[in-house]
Write a protein that binds this ligand. Sequence first.
Ligand code: MLT
Length: 273
Amino acid sequence: MKFTGAGFTMFYEDRGEGIPLLLIHGYPLNCQMWQPQLEDLSDIARVIAPDLRGHGDSSSVPGAYSMELLAKDCAALLDYVGISQPIIICGLSMGGYVAMAFFRMYPSKLKGLILASTRAGADSPEVRSQRSKVVNQIPKEGIQPIASSMSQKLLAPMNYLKNPTLVTKIKSMIEMTSMEGIRGAQLGMMDRFDSHATLKQIEIPTLVIHGHEDQIVPLSEAEEMKAEMKYSKLVIISHAGHLPNLEQPAIFNQAVREYLMGLLNDQKKSAEL
Ligand code: MLT
């Protein structure tokens, strides 16, 4: 489906009925990474998964994509699809940065938050300079070097070796990302805020999910995030790297399902009071 109200064409999936669950993908991927969640969780939730600007089937847009701009695009999509009640956001990695920006901008629109494979800290000077290199290299070298190096880092080493179908799928998602998308996301992530103070303000139930073998965000960062939030739970998924929702979809989905059921039960109890 397509939405053009945010100044570009935004592609999105919208499946099921019930409690709204917005899935925000990581860099440099798109909503196809949520396929197992769109299929499995749409029996208890209305699952909405956009392609962020410059990614997937959304149009390529120039400029830096601040996490706030991406959060605003998501809020515009929610208005367009007619969702006015508080939602749950599940953001993975860069999607988690966007989810934290969304919380800062629209706290009353959130009922719950799932932070997967992400971190609260801003970039170190080393990471910023790495991102500048990517921004400079992309017009010269194109997407291929990113597709090869990232697909290896995104998965747990064993999954990379043993699951060629998944590797191919990830590469093809990366290849769909436009050059403007790579550039915009890198520039936006480079300047993102430190979210540690934000986490301390979150008083809605949160779920932190992390792959035990994540090579991009160390597990210690997830443990730190869990400790900073008041009503939080951490689920560590074995035999998974940075994409636990694709590497271990059944375990990931079960964790999300239990969390959603908990929220629905709380809602029911408070309606009965
Ligand atoms: C992601 O998976 O979204 C990125 O690796 C996040 C980042 O580059 O910080």
